[in-house]
Write a protein that binds this ligand. Structure first.
Ligand SMILES: Nc1ncnc2c1ncn2[C@@H]1O[C@H](COP(=O)(O)OP(=O)(O)OP(=O)(O)O)[C@@H](O)[C@H]1O
Ligand SMILES: [Mg+2]
Length: 506
């Protein structure tokens, strides 16, 4: 522990002692201690795979520990399932969304807990309460909308609203901001501060250290499933946290070398997306270039990338890769032409969760690894996978591990590895570093840079301005479905990007 504990007036609301949990081949937690008091925000940080989510799932009754105990107001408790935990007043906002796509917003909010009596659902009351819950988190959508109509960030807010619908005494947030816009995140921070002032005990997990500095009263650091230290409010600094997490210094920002920019490798001509058919979009990306797409949430960045890759239907327009125009808009043709795509929602589009890492990395490489006889080169597939696991430091016992058992950040690395194995001419990336730890972030930036240095193009959307400013050669800024402007070189400043993003001009 970093400091001697000072006696504080209020005792722990929730504490764990010597918690241990193993999975086949992995010791996820060993002898972990943690405690949180009423009216306190405790942050838990650590690299991808350090054991954060596992610890939270055990607290919330989703999983069971092998050893160790959990105390509630000093008394041992054990939750057999999340329902029991919620009854006691403990809510968990999952890292990976836990909602049903085919239900509407209100149904998701009250799933398993519908207002009503004797098996009848009182719809009037359900929608009224749903509106109140949504209002609490500042989400302005109709509770009757199907969940699938919401952006990832909005879905995240529904998940939060759901956790708040209980009379919570302890709330656990597992990377709540990874898919939120700045404004949504800001609303969440205010909400957390309000909950804190009402005496709720809060456990907060994030890879964004600036958030931790803003919110946390204390920070617990996990490393390889063990306590690596605890920081009191006054000791919380960026460098101190990084050091405890990974035991080495990592610079805060990535500073790019600039590459020789070559010929055009991607051209988008008069593209009209289904979401914003009134705007025609045109731009190009050259070899050796890292082009960022900035914009507020809902500005149409994801739609643009998805339409270029052929997942979403284009209303009209042309995509030209290395001088050849795609005949149709389809992911298959896009891949054959040399495009790769790292999607925003890895769970839905990036990965086959029920399959192994080898299969997942191999999938995108299918084209490349198939012999002319049509046989798959298994050896190559496994070599590619090992390479990816090595490059990206994917933490897991073997390439045959099922992807669903990887930690969130490690799953993101598998998606990256899958596309790097294909070495596309142009890699399209939507939020490439979502949920990855600070060390792996730098590695992903280096891999992007490596692609550019090999004369390939990279086009990436990100809501982290820092990231865009740090690594892009050129930034396309979107506003309500159109390209509002472009900045490059020294012009790339937060001010210029924001100005364009809100619809202004430079
Ligand atoms: N159900 C499971 N089966 C096998 N291994 C698992 C399972 N759940 C988690 N693990 C492993 O336990 C370790 C800890 O995972 P955990 O999800 O707790 O990490 P984390 O700290 O939340 O990481 P991240 O920052 O990437 O979300 C990882 O090595 C992970 O692969
Ligand atoms: Mg996690």
């Amino acid at each position: 522990m970093a400091t001697a504990s000072t006696e504080l007036p209020n005792p722990s609301r929730l504490s764990v002692r010597q918690l241990t949990k193993s999975f086949p081949g992995v010791r996820a937690l060993s002898g972990v201690d943690l405690d949180v008091r009423a009216g306190e925000v405790v942050a838990v940080i650590g690299e991808n795979g350090a054991g954060k989510s596992t610890l939270m799932k055990i607290l919330a009754g989703v999983q069971t520990q092998d050893e160790g105990e959990i105390l509630w107001d000093g008394h041992p408790v054990w939750f057999a399932n999340t329902r029991q935990a919620m009854k006691q007043g403990l809510g968990l906002i999952h890292q990976e969304l836990n909602l049903c796509d085919n239900l509407n917003v209100a149904e998701n909010l009250f799933l398993g807990n519908y207002p009503g009596r004797g098996g009848w659902i009182n719809f009037w009351s359900m929608y009224r309460r749903a509106r109140q819950s949504l209002e609490k988190v500042g989400l302005k959508v109709s509770p009757r909308l199907p969940l699938s109509a919401l952006s990832l960030g909005q879905q995240q807010m529904v998940e939060i609203a759901k956790a708040l619908s209980i009379d919570a005494k302890v709330l656990i947030f597992d990377e709540p901001t990874s898919s939120l816009s700045n404004a949504e995140a800001e609303a969440l921070f205010r909400l957390i501060e309000e909950l804190k002032s009402r005496g709720v005990a809060i456990v907060y997990i994030s890879h964004r250290l600036a958030e931790i500095m803003r919110l946390a009263d204390r920070v617990f650091v996990l490393r390889d499933g063990q306590n690596a230290g605890m920081l009191q409010r006054a000791e919380i600094t960026h460098d101190r946290m990084v050091q405890l997490m990974i035991g080495r210094d990592v610079s805060k920002y990535y500073v790019r070398r600039s590459n020789v920019v070559g010929d055009e490798v991607l051209r988008v001509e008069d593209l009209r997306t289904n979401a914003w058919p009134q705007h025609s979009i045109r731009f190009q990306v050259r070899r050796g270039e890292l082009v960022g797409i900035a914009g507020l949430v809902g500005a149409g960045r994801s739609e643009l990338l998805r339409t270029i890759f052929g997942i979403d239907r284009a209303v009209s327009g042309n995509v030209v890769v290395s001088g050849e125009s795609l005949k149709r808009h389809s992911p298959q043709l896009a891949m054959e032409a040399g495009l790769g795509f790292v999607p925003e929602d890895r769970k839905k589009e990036g990965l086959i969760l029920e399959s192994t890492i080898v299969r997942n990395v191999g999938l995108a490489g299918l084209l490349r690894n198939a012999h002319w006889g049509g046989w798959l080169n298994r050896g190559k597939e496994i070599a590619d996978t090992r390479q990816a696991m090595n490059d990206m430091r994917i933490k897991t016992p073997s390439p045959w591990q099922l992807v669903k058992y990887l930690s969130g950040g490690n799953q993101q690395k598998v998606v990256m590895g899958k596309w790097l194995a294909l070495s596309p001419q142009v890699l399209l990336m939507d939020e490439p570093t979502r949920g990855v730890d600070i060390g792996a972030k730098q590695e992903i930036y280096q891999l992007m840079e490596g692609l550019a240095a090999e004369g390939r193009g990279v086009l990436f959307a990100s809501s982290e301005l820092e990231e865009i400013i740090g690594i892009a050669d050129r930034v396309l800024v979107m506003h309500e479905g159109r390209l509002a402007g472009e900045v490059s070189g020294d012009q790339i400043t937060e001010q210029a990007i924001m100005q364009l993003a809100i619809g202004g001009s430079l």
